[in-house]
Design a protein around this ligand. Structure first.
Ligand code: SF4
Length: 369
């Protein structure tokens, strides 16, 4: 996926080309407004690769986007924002009509952090996969009923075990529907690659999945690494090389971070995610989840399951602990505040001192008390 500003045609074409050169068969671009939609004609003209557009809240942009791309991804969990009085079924009907007229595909992209609230309310609070699955299946039924067949589905979570579970259940229910696989907010390499390998290789081994994406928090110039990691996964599946099971977060520190896209609100995001990794190392042995997101569109929802969640604004970083907002902090102040919250959480856990890492003791600079 391109992480450049979509209206920056030069940069977006260059990034799409670099992803295609690395082996990407489909390149996704985020479009949130009319100006970005207008950029697509020029991007199309200069890019031979299949283009997919990521729609979030403004589903009406589909009409302007469709002539220039091969696929539109819509998120069922974002359809209710615009024109809330209009039923989601009507909106999907309209999207399917636009896609059919322009002979392009749709992806029903369900994401753990932005599930349709109406579906969430129908399931117990601890069941995060039931609403995702119900949402995907309902959209499939609707599209089938409309006679629209050029669609695929994705069900993404940041926990590889949940990705395996929910995609396995979907494939059992709808083996006829193509599945796009991915672990969302997998974070930085090498951990992000390991998480993705764990989920995707297990699913692919079972014959589940038709396309894949590796999402990594890396600077723009390194985005082709996502494609290379994906190709390595496919090569390893073909050669029967499978990873051993790994624990991601239930027993130790788990950092999840989004891969960034054109919606990132401050270019310092990737550096911030790297710094969060570095300063949290003393807490590596504690069962704490820290989420770092690049924007206000998905940041609040995607950090819901984390103990500490950060998401970027243009000048401030928002911080929350569980569901409680702790405020917005300047980029220069957020890391000390994060450390203070980590110390406080560890005090609450009442655990003993963490295992020394790289020769540093538990009480080292910035470590837990
Ligand atoms: Fe893009 Fe925001 Fe998602 Fe990050 S959290 S990938 S910036 S939409």
């Amino acid at each position: 996926m391109c992480a450049t500003k979509t209206a920056d045609i030069e940069a977006t074409v260059a990034q799409a080309s670099s992803l295609a050169a690395a082996g990407a068969a489909v390149v996704r671009i985020a479009v949130d407004n009319a100006r970005e939609a207008q950029s697509l004609a020029a991007i199309r003209e200069r890019s031979a690769v299949n283009l997919s557009v990521d729609l979030q809240e403004n589903y009406r942009l589909a009409e302007d986007i469709a002539p220039w791309v091969d696929k539109i991804r819509y998120n069922p969990g974002h359809l209710y924002h615009h024109e809330p009085q209009r039923a989601w079924q009507d909106k999907v009907r309209w999207l399917a009509d636009v896609a059919a007229r322009h002979d392009i595909a749709l992806r029903v992209g369900v994401n753990c952090g932005s599930v349709d609230p109406a579906k969430r309310d129908r399931f117990p609070s601890g069941d995060s996969l039931g609403p995702m699955l119900a949402s995907a299946l309902e959209h499939c039924d609707l599209l089938d009923g409309l006679g629209f067949r050029r669609y695929c589905v994705s069900l993404k979570d940041s926990d590889p075990a949940k990705v395996i579970e929910v995609n396995g259940r979907f494939a059992a229910a709808r083996p006829d529907v193509p599945l796009h696989l991915g672990v969302t907010e997998a974070g930085m390499p090498p951990q992000g690659i390991l998480k993705t390998r764990t989920a995707l290789m297990e699913l692919l081994r079972r014959g589940i999945g038709d396309t894949i994406r590796v999402s990594l928090t890396v600077p723009n110039a390194r985005k082709p690494e996502e494609v290379l990691a994906g190709k390595q996964i496919l090569d390893d599946v073909a050669a029967d090389r499978f990873p051993t099971a790994a624990d991601f977060g239930s027993q130790r520190l788990n950092i999840i971070s989004c891969p960034s896209c054109s919606r990132v609100e401050n270019e310092a995001f990737v550096e911030l995610a790297q710094q969060v990794h570095e300063i949290t190392r003393p807490w590596a042995e504690y069962p704490i989840t820290v989420a770092v997101m690049g924007c206000r569109v998905n940041g609040p929802g995607e950090t819901d399951d984390a103990d500490l969640g950060l998401w970027c604004g243009p000048n401030f970083v928002n911080l929350k602990r569980d569901s409680r907002s702790l405020g917005a902090f300047p980029y220069t102040e957020i890391l000390p505040r994060l450390q203070a919250e980590l110390k406080d959480i560890v005090r609450g856990i009442g655990a003993g001192p963490p295992r020394p890492l790289d020769g540093r003791g538990a009480g080292g600079e910035g470590g837990p008390e």
